[in-house]
Design a protein. Structure first.
Length: 526
């Protein structure tokens, strides 16, 4: 290991300070990337253990997780707890068994462990608890309901006296972002009233966790008597008619080129009238009763007188007509429709020859046809006093064009930002690659690692040989010249120039060069 570090040190000695900094930065970057990749690959995947917890329950669960040395994450201000995915099922079972969450709702199971000798009051109380538990279980099956509580009031039976009716109160904890419609609330009231004897739907009160009353008095809902139901009915009729009219107009003028408002007047008067009429000219005999009496009187002259009397009783019945009339409620008294349509646009040229959009309004004939279609769609009645108005106006769409240009510009900026980022990353990779390649080319050191044979590496800029057990390093001529000072390089260049000139002279004047060499030899010998 020490020898390896020595070889690395020798390798770094051959580089300049800037090259050493680049090598160190590249090495640290590669090492950091490898470590980050390993950490990311081995990190646990967190899944939701529980959500929408109250602070006390969340604190108990977190304390247990710390005691078990299990990693966790808190989100949504501590109401949501996440743990590694492979431990979710096991932890849920453990916490449910501990009683922190998911407490068991007892229904008719309460009678499984009934004790002998229970009083009548205890049996009635257990029956009430069982009914509340069963109803709570049923309500919790609704997708909109997260949890619920049911409270029943069941009056006891009396031997003498009128039997009282019971009542019920329901508290609903709804899912986040969910709500119950009027029909669903009525269904809950009907469910409880039909599940418990002696409770009528109007005696069931339903509230949410904020204390808001969701149920209404059922007596007020009869024949649309509730103000809320009146408004809902009017709103539904207006929305339905508006949708029909908008569909017709937009199919002609295009999307976002029409505005429609519908107003409906409803009659909620309840008329209950009974009419009784008698016809005196049409008389019928119902019955007739006749009584006849006879009597004989004796006077002083012994003369008998007989008297007869007849009494007739006749019962007459007049012709009578009785009418009971109940008027309909929720009938439509009048309909008012107001519609504004935008014109069309065509491309034209201005005085400068530039293309511009020119507004073209709809003709009166087109507006009359649109009005006729609207009247047919809403069931227009002139006798009822209905009103349908269609006007042509130019819409101000400057904001829409500004928003459209903004989003187009934002998309272009995002596209160029992505291209620039990718380009910078690519350039950085290429720069690092070429720097490493250049550094490796200029390197002339062999790493002498244990157990590895010394190899002869021949490169364009390196030449190394092995002599015996020690390694001799040879520096290339170019690298040697670079290490010389400026003066030494100048002298070396002058010498090389002189040598090249002598060689060229000897080649071109071989005989003169030979004579010169012979004269030098003769002088040296003498």
């Amino acid at each position: 290991m020490n020898q390896a570090f020595k070889q690395i040190g020798k390798l770094l000695e051959r580089y300049s300070l800037g090259q050493k900094i680049v090598i160190i930065i590249v090495f640290i970057g590669i090492l950091s990337s490898i470590i980050a990749l390993v950490v990311w690959a081995n990190r646990p995947e967190y899944e939701i253990l529980y959500t929408d917890l109250d602070p006390s329950t969340a604190g108990k669960i977190v304390s247990d997780l710390r005691g078990k040395k299990i990693k966790y994450k808190l989100e949504h201000n501590g109401t949501t707890i996440k743990v590694p995915g492979e431990k979710v099922a096991e932890l849920r079972l453990q916490f449910a068994e501990s009683g922190y969450v998911g407490k068991a709702i007892l229904g008719y199971e309460i009678f499984d462990n009934a004790k002998i000798g229970m009083t009548t009051y205890m049996q009635q109380l257990n029956m009430q608890r069982a009914l509340e538990g069963e109803l709570t279980r049923t309500l919790n099956q609704f997708s909109e309901i997260k949890n619920s509580r049911v409270h029943l009031v069941l009056p006891g039976e009396r031997l003498f006296g009128e039997k009282k009716k019971g009542s019920a109160a329901v508290v609903l904890y709804l899912q986040q972002g969910r709500y119950l419609g009027t029909d669903q609330v009525k269904g809950i009231s009907a469910l409880i009233s039909n599940s418990v004897e002696g409770i009528e739907p109007q005696n069931v009160v339903v509230v949410d966790s904020d204390g808001k009353l969701l149920s209404e008095n059922q007596n007020e809902d009869i024949v649309l008597g509730s103000v809320g139901n009146r408004w809902d009915l009017r709103h539904r009729i207006e929305a339905k008619l508006q949708k029909k009219v908008m569909g017709i107009i937009e199919s002609i003028v295009g999307n976002n080129n029409a505005i429609v408002e519908v107003s409906v007047g409803l009659n909620f008067e309840q008329i209950d009238r009974t009419t009784e009429s008698i016809d005196p000219d049409n008389v019928a005999i119902i019955s007739e009763e006749s009584h006849t009496e006879s009597s004989t009187n004796m006077d002083t002259t012994s003369t008998r007188e007989r008297h007869d009397r007849e009494n007739i009783i006749t019962n007459y019945e007049l012709n009578k007509t009785v009418e009971h009339y109940v008027g309909n409620t929720g009938t439509i008294d009048e309909i008012s429709v107001a519609a504004i349509v935008n014109g069309t646009y065509k491309v034209a040229q201005d005085e400068n020859g530039k293309k511009v959009e020119q507004y073209v309004p709809w003709s009166n004939r087109d507006l009359e046809q649109i009005t006729a279609l609207i009247k047919s769609a809403v069931g227009y009645s002139e006798e009822r006093g209905d009103i349908v108005e269609v006007k042509n106006m130019k819409f101000d769409k400057s904001d829409l064009k500004t928003d459209e240009q903004y989003f187009i510009k934002a998309e272009k900026n995002a596209m160029w930002a992505g291209i620039i980022n990718k380009g910078i990353v690519g350039i950085g990779v290429l720069v690092v690659f070429f720097l490493l390649k250049k550094l490796l080319k200029t390197s002339n050191v062999i790493l002498n690692l244990p157990g590895v044979e010394k190899k002869k590496m021949i490169g364009k800029t390196q030449n190394q040989k092995t002599i015996d057990s020690e390694e001799e390093e040879y520096i290339s001529e170019d690298l040697y010249i670079k290490k010389l000072s400026a003066e030494a390089r100048a002298k070396l260049k002058a010498k090389n120039k002189m040598t090249s000139e002598v060689i060229d002279y000897a080649k071109s004047n071989s005989e003169d060069a030979a004579k010169l060499i012979r004269s030098w030899l003769m002088k040296n010998s003498s």
